[in-house]
Design a protein around this ligand. Structure first.
Ligand code: IFM
Length: 461
């Protein structure tokens, strides 16, 4: 591995990353933009969901969030001060197409045009995610992701955005975490649209994947030279013991959580063991949402795989089984974030090696990795978030190790640039490298942000 050229004046790192390794941070539209009613934006399923009593822990919503829509220039300047090389953000579909399809809202698309230009002017590469969960409500009214027509609407949306921004944006991510959209949104009902319907779970996951596959060539046609991928949240599953029951349960969990997405994207179709499970449990009677040609479309070749990693699952097979995962997760150890997720960097190394060996994507990027901790400003205004700093350092060490083991890992995006609206948890969980005071909208880099700035400047740890 060649050492990255350290920024002028920066000390040489002990653990140098490859020179072209991409150092970034990520956000998503609904979590930071606010301006929910500005400039012709239409309602999204998250506006609707947040308005329903009891859905969000603190009863709040993304109507203002970090007010990024109005503070975009300030936020890009902040990214530049941190030395970010890349910024991953999502496009609010209802800002661009308020009714989900048809008439384009010029003001909405202009916002992203200005954002892309501001980033490029600051030397920061824009990475676009097309769908990070804020479906236009108008499409939900027609069935949302359970309806095949939403697939066509997504492909048309992708075309509109790529045609406008594709002359300046090279990296495109179709979907963020389809597992969350389908399972949390359609089966467990804890995310928008709040359904608890097994058929909707599988139909939505299929339509999300299909819309990804159909959008890939459309993006490439509109944005020649584009590199296109998808971001999956992957959770390595480990058996809780050496028992056969635990091993079976871990394999089942892996099938539902990881292989259900990785296998069809790699052209292997849906994993037979999980299909059989859903059939055996009469989970879904009709698989009518799968049409001829769909599986080939889903397997459209991509340029990279985005991996979002937060923790592992330790799986036990001897307890009451959940219908979706087939087994409960047992979180081991005392070191947990405010999400109650175990801090386990080794899981990232193992996951990357496994994905590389089993699926061999041409390149892998960590498109999200981060931790929720509540640390706020002390009397002097400093935010000493040592646990978050250690989290990122530990996971970057795991990335370094994976690269040394031959994984084509090409970049890392910290989740998240800013504290923001953490979905059903409202504003109670803070993932940001940068503290946001929601009363004043003041931004203040935490110690972790300053540490990350130095790591980027050194090109390593
Ligand atoms: O905040 C979310 C993000 O929107 C998707 N991935 C996980 C993050 C933390 O829960």
């Amino acid at each position: 591995m060649r050492a990255a050229p350290a920024a002028q004046g920066a000390p040489a790192p002990r653990l140098p990353f490859p020179p072209d390794f991409v150092w970034g941070a990520a956000t998503s539209a609904y979590q930071i933009e606010g301006a929910a009613a500005d400039d012709g934006r239409g309602p999204s399923i998250w506006d609707t969901f947040c308005a329903q009593a009891g859905r969000i822990a603190d009863g709040r919503d993304g109507a203002v969030a970090c007010d990024h829509y109005h503070r975009m220039a300030e936020d890009v300047a902040l990214m530049a001060r941190l030395g970010l090389e890349a910024y991953r953000f999502s496009i609010a579909w209802p800002r661009v197409l308020p009714a989900g399809r048809g008439a384009v809202n010029a003001a909405g698309l202009d916002f992203y045009d200005r954002l892309v230009d501001a980033l490029l002017a600051a030397g920061i590469e824009p990475w676009i995610t097309l769908y990070h969960w804020d479906l236009p409500q108008a499409l939900q009214d027609e069935g949302g992701w359970t309806a095949r027509s939403t697939v066509d609407a997504f492909v048309a949306f992708a075309q509109v955005v790529a045609a406008r921004l594709g002359d300046r944006v090279e990296r495109w991510i179709t979907h963020n975490e389809p597992w969350c959209a389908s399972v949390l949104g359609h089966l467990e009902g804890v995310h928008a649209p709040g359904l608890t319907d097994p058929y909707a779970h599988l139909a939505s996951s299929h339509h999300l994947l299909l819309s990804h596959g159909l959008a890939v060539p459309v993006i490439r046609a509109a944005a020649p030279g584009a590199q296109v991928g998808i971001a999956l949240n992957l959770v390595p599953a480990e058996p809780a013991s050496s028992s056969a029951a635990d091993a079976d349960a871990a394999r089942h969990f892996d099938g539902c959580f990881n292989r259900w997405y990785l296998d069809p994207l790699a052209g292997r179709g849906y994993p037979a063991d999980i299909v059989a499970h859903y059939q055996l449990t009469a989970y879904v009677d009709a698989w009518d949402f799968i049409h001829d040609g769909d599986m080939a479309a889903i397997a459209a070749p991509t340029d990279f795989l985005g991996v979002n990693y937060y923790s592992r699952g330790i799986i036990r097979g001897d307890a009451a089984t959940g219908i979706e995962t087939g087994a409960p997760t047992v979180v081991a150890g005392a070191d947990k974030t405010d999400m109650d997720w175990e801090v386990y960097p080794e899981g990232l190394r193992a996951l990357l090696v496994r994905v590389h060996q089993d699926y061999a994507p041409p390149a892998i990027y960590i498109t999200e990795n981060g931790a929720a901790y509540a640390d706020g400003p002390d009397g002097a205004g400093r935010i000493a978030d040592a646990r978050r700093l250690a989290f990122h350092e530990g996971h970057l060490r795991a990335c370094h190790q994976a690269i040394a083991e031959g994984v084509p890992l090409a970049g890392y995006f910290a989740w998240s640039l800013l504290d923001n609206f953490e979905w059903a948890f409202g504003y109670e969980k803070r993932f940001g490298l940068v503290w946001v005071d929601y009363e004043t909208q003041t931004r203040r880099p935490k110690d972790s942000a300053l540490w990350y700035r130095d790591a980027i400047a050194q090109g390593g740890l």
